[in-house]
Design a protein around this ligand. Structure first.
Ligand SMILES: [Zn+2]
Length: 400
């Protein structure tokens, strides 16, 4: 019997039903609700059947305006079945997100219409700051930032600060950000509006968010309007010839077998300077059997470039920061190479992409039409940043 039940529940998937009192969603006080969790491979008709409602309703619901929302249920979604005191089903609520709920009204034992409840997300502007004791993560937590906000903060400055190695105890951070609330309940952190990190070398790294009139993000810029994301050069060498392009598979001339080519080969005389294509940090400088003398450069959090078969390295060592265009080495034929060439790779989040085709991050400065607006933002936000003590969270009264 136990086995049969197990097989049945494996076949059917499991669903759960819970009765609850809901005070936050303005549900109808005269109704009592049962929550139904959509199981794996669940559907509206399955839900109706599980809740002892007519399966045929699903056809009627599909034809209603916004009926599709109820048809395209996903495993883990919750439906809330509302019953009156006689036990008649009066409505089915489908909270699509924390701020949007679809309500299917039922009358005369038939689905009638679907309405939307759109709840306003309130945004509070919060300022906080801290002094780094051990890590940005721990100090950020102490200052009241959510994990996501700490990630965002690290991401903002990832083109210029190495958060793991470069930040030291005593460095400070200040953040102006938003917290989101629905019906007075905190639901998560919103955007970072401005931030500043001061490192032990006395450098102030600042970031300001620019949004357009509709509130859509344009980007993050420093106080001078420079984009915090940095650009890439398309090619790391000048005056050379591309001899092999990026391809998923190719015949390898040395190994004599089919092998993917995850980069671009630039043939040129031994000693031709190789320029790093973007600002970043040398994370590896060494030797590999296949790549020969090779340098890996990390750019921001997402991007990495690789330069292989060098005859010799430039002056920059592992751990050093390089600026776009710096000479990091010279063309050679070390490792598996049939002739002098640079093998160049571009990786995004660890995935190889075609360096000649990849869309680079938008690194343009504040667009002309927003310059005046941005100046104003910097003026207000920067003076606000300067008022934040480098110690944990405080509400700002009357902050606009
Ligand atoms: Zn190659």
């Amino acid at each position: 019997m136990k086995t049969l039940f197990l097989i049945l529940s494996l076949l059917l998937g499991s669903y759960s039903v819970a009765t609850f009192a809901d005070t936050t969603e303005h549900t109808q006080a005269s109704l009592h609700y049962q929550a139904y969790t959509v199981p794996k491979n669940g559907s509206l008709s399955r839900a109706l059947s599980d809740m002892n409602a007519p399966i045929l309703w699903s056809y009627k619901i599909a034809k209603l305006k916004d009926g599709k929302k109820f048809i395209n249920l996903k495993a883990g979604d919750t439906l809330k079945f509302g019953y009156d005191t006689q036990g008649h089903l009066k409505e089915i609520r489908y909270p699509k997100s924390r701020s949007l709920i679809y309500v299917l009204e039922i009358a005369d034992n038939q689905p009638q219409s679907i309405s939307k409840i759109q709840k306003e997300i309130e945004r509070h502007t919060i300022t906080t700051g801290g002094t780094i004791k051990d890590s940005l993560y721990l100090s950020g937590k102490k200052a009241g930032l959510s994990d996501r906000s700490i990630m965002k903060l690290a991401d903002l400055f990832s083109w210029e600060i190495d958060f793991i190695r470069q930040l030291r105890p005593g460095d400070t951070f200040k953040v102006i950000y938003q917290q989101k609330y629905i019906d007075g309940q905190y639901i998560g952190d919103g955007d970072i509006l401005a931030a500043e990190i001061t490192t032990h070398d006395g450098k102030h790294h600042k970031a300001f968010l620019l949004t357009d009139k509709q509130g859509k993000k344009v980007g993050y810029y420093d106080e001078k309007g420079h984009n915090l994301r940095k650009a890439f050069l398309r090619n790391p060498v000048d005056y050379v010839r591309i001899t092999s392009r990026f391809q998923p598979r190719r015949y390898h001339p040395v190994l004599h077998k089919w092998k993917a080519h995850h980069g671009v080969d630039y043939a040129g005389p031994i000693g031709t300077p190789i320029h790093v294509t973007g600002n970043g940090k040398i994370t590896r400088r060494g030797w590999s059997r296949s790549y020969g003398r090779v340098i890996y450069v990390q750019h921001g959090r997402k991007y990495m470039t690789v330069y292989a078969h060098m005859s010799r390295f430039g002056k920059y060592k592992k751990g050093q920061w390089v600026k776009q265009g710096d000479i990091i080495g010279y063309i050679g034929m070390t490792g598996w190479a049939t002739g002098p060439h640079l093998h160049y790779e571009f990786r995004i989040n660890g995935h190889h992409v075609d360096p000649l085709k990849v869309k680079f991050p938008d690194a343009s400065p504040v667009p002309k039409k927003y310059r005046e607006q941005f100046k104003k933002i910097v003026r207000i936000m920067d003076s606000q940043l300067q008022r934040i003590p480098a110690k944990p969270a405080a509400w700002v009264e009357g902050f606009e």
